[in-house]
Design a protein around this ligand. Structure first.
Ligand SMILES: C[S@@+](CC[C@H](N)C(=O)[O-])C[C@H]1O[C@@H](n2cnc3c(N)ncnc32)[C@H](O)[C@@H]1O
Length: 235
């Protein structure tokens, strides 16, 4: 990630020539890899599929929260949604820095990116704040759709539970949440791994969500290599 800081602030892809005044740049390879995919092709293919999914659950003029937004992999597709109000946050400083540099001039009024210095052994080992105490940067009951793709795959149980509580706090009554998990925990465990890779049994995750006041709407199965669940407020 050190390279991401020292390279061009808008990335190193030369696919887009000419003006970037109306076109979002692509992030550099280090930032792409920080979201999981190892190639630009997989970065975009996965994002396009997850964008199709997200789009299904957006009302008109939606308010959207992207938990662990990385370098705006999904956000770049959401720029086409009319009237959207988008907030993304992440612990990785270079990702948020890149998003602000890339998105702000084009979409600054409707798309906001927030960094918080949350500790993550995998992503932000010098982080000074415990994720388990972080308040998401949105008001109570203000969000139509919250999503976290490949984020619960990196959260310890206490932090994951807190993020579920925060999701419940933020969702409107009619709101929905889309979360992906790895669901092959170590034998005999419901929850295993560390921040490099967390696995949670699907039924255990649904139980954790229920403890937070969220209930399953639909088990969407495997999407882009992760088990994906649609949830809503149960109260
Ligand atoms: C595999 S990447 C996925 C990024 C993005 N969701 C996507 O789908 O492109 C995991 C992301 O979660 C972020 N992350 C890890 N722990 C976090 C935490 N406690 N709060 C917010 N983001 C976190 C990482 O910095 C990283 O950007």
């Amino acid at each position: 990630m050190e390279n991401a800081q020292s390279s061009s602030p808008l990335g190193n892809h030369s696919i887009y020539c000419g003006t970037t005044r109306y076109i979002l740049p692509l992030p550099c390879d280090e930032l792409i890899r920080s979201t999981g995919p190892t190639t630009l092709e997989m970065f975009l293919i996965g994002a396009e599929a997850q964008f199709q999914l997200v789009s299904r659950f957006l009302p008109q003029n939606p308010s959207v929260l992207d938990i662990g937004c990385g370098c705006g992999r999904i956000a770049r597709f959401l720029t086409s949604i009319h009237g959207i109000r988008y907030v993304g946050f992440d612990v990785l400083p270079y990702s948020i820095q890149w998003c602000r540099t890339a998105f702000d001039p084009l979409f600054g009024e409707c798309m906001r990116f927030e960094h918080f210095d949350g500790f993550s052994k995998a992503y932000n080992p010098r982080g000074t704040v415990k994720p388990g105490g972080y308040r998401f940067p949105v008001e109570d009951r203000s969000v139509d759709l919250a999503f976290a793709f490949s984020v619960f795959t990196h959260l310890l149980e206490q932090d994951a539970r807190h993020y579920l509580d925060e999701t419940k706090r933020c969702l409107k009554k009619s709101g929905r949440a889309l979360f992906s998990i790895h669901n092959t925990p170590a034998q005999g465990c419901d929850f295993s791994g560390d921040e490099h890779r967390i696995d949670i049994a699907t039924s255990y995750f649904i139980g954790m969500a229920s403890d937070a006041g969220l209930e399953l709407v639909e088990d969407l199965g495997d999407i882009c290599g992760q088990h994906t669940l649609l949830l809503r407020r149960s109260l």
